[in-house]
Design a protein around this ligand. Structure first.
Ligand code: SAH
Ligand code: SF4
Length: 337
């Protein structure tokens, strides 16, 4: 659907019971574009070791209170087996950003084992931060299918305010272009309700995703973490209910702009309300990512506060897409696969 920036701002500003009409419309668009099945991705939080210091994130390098871990190969493969046997179409391997050759090699050797264990049926998404083009190429050749790299915000000013000096939005955009060029299904996303963020910033984020022609999106509310520098702005934040409603509106408008991409109902929504994920699916999301990290490590992967440790799928989530990778239709069309 063609929407101008002005249209988008107006839709994001609707309040009270008015968003219901927006959600009804985005729900219909989702249904009419064969994205009515909800695909499952098993999320494996591979490691909380990170070389970066993003000002919002609970597992940032400088947070000395975090007990750091890396999963063993056996842990990853047993979680993979669980996902495969449960009929999940794919898994996501997520971790803090580490760029050492040792790390690159470990992932590179894991990928074919995951494929082999699942008879080549499981899709594999990586979410391992900003890496060199060469590392991304090696992982792609070893079997990874998709890559998730959120830009966090498309505003250069806001990006600079939520990251330490020297982190560059341009470099992140370049990394997204490399991933697409290599042949990945590419996902990005933003945080919603960040300090200093405006509705205009959020409208620009949606237009950025449309212009980048992304295949997948995962966006969710910003949730403050007390052991991070950004916590000092807690008093300026919008209430969590606002951040939840705004996330739902962002999902709805993105579904209108990009009817055939995969949109995730993210875990951060769950941290706010147990019904949030169902609401997001109604508003236009078609992917959920149940956490399948070994239980004893989950409490140490605290990107934000109140991150849920248990993650049961709602009985209301119907039309589950089992035993299929659930690739982005947008990706299939643009690559004619
Ligand atoms: N290190 C990788 C992947 C792990 S972090 C990377 O940064 O790309 C995954 C996502 O968690 C980030 O992209 C960010 O959007 C989200 N995140 C981090 N801190 C958060 C917070 N306080 N509230 C909400 N989401 C957060
Ligand atoms: Fe590391 Fe990702 Fe957290 Fe940034 S958001 S500190 S890169 S884990």
């Amino acid at each position: 659907m063609a929407l101008t920036k002005k249209d988008i701002i107006k839709l994001l500003e609707t309040e009270g019971s008015n968003p219901d009409a927006l959600f009804k419309q985005s729900h219909e668009i989702k249904s009419n574009n064969c994205t009515n099945t909800t695909w499952l991705r098993g999320l494996i939080e591979y490691s909380n070791i990170c070389s970066k210091d993003c000002l919002y994130c609970g597992i940032r390098k400088s947070n000395g209170l975090v007990k750091r871990y890396v999963l063993s190969e056996e842990d990853v493969l047993s979680a993979t087996k669980y996902a495969y046997e449960s009929g999940f179409g794919s898994i996501v391997i997520q971790a803090g950003e580490v760029c050492s050759e040792k790390h690159i090699k470990r992932i590179e050797s894991l990928l074919p084992k995951i494929k082999q264990l699942s008879n080549n049926e499981l899709g594999i998404t990586l979410s391992l931060g900003e890496q060199s083009r060469d590392a991304c190429l090696r992982w792609f050749e070893a079997g990874a299918d998709r890559y998730l790299l959120r830009i966090e915000t498309s505003s250069k000013d806001l990006y600079a305010r939520i990251h330490p000096a020297g982190y560059s939005l341009e470099r992140r955009i370049e990394a997204l272009r490399d991933l697409r060029d290599i042949g990945y299904q590419v996902g990005t996303g933003v945080m919603i309700g960040l300090p200093f963020q405006t509705i205009e910033n959020l409208a620009d984020d949606l237009l950025f995703m449309r212009d980048m022609d992304i295949d997948m999106c995962g966006m969710g509310p910003y949730i403050e973490h007390r052991d991070t520098p950004l916590f000092e702005f807690k008093g300026t934040l919008k209430p969590v209910s606002w951040r939840l409603d705004m996330t739902l509106k962002m999902i709805a408008v993105l579904r209108m702009l990009m009817p055939d991409i995969n949109i995730a109902a993210t875990t951060a929504l769950q941290a706010i309300s147990s019904y949030a994920r169902d609401k997001a699916i109604y508003a236009g999301a078609n992917v959920v990512m149940p956490n399948i990290t070994p239980m004893e490590c989950r409490e140490h992967y605290n990107l934000y506060e109140n991150k849920p440790v248990c993650d049961d799928l709602s009985k209301k989530t119907n039309d589950l897409g089992l035993f299929s990778q659930g690739n982005s239709l947008h990706f299939k069309k643009r690559t004619r696969k």
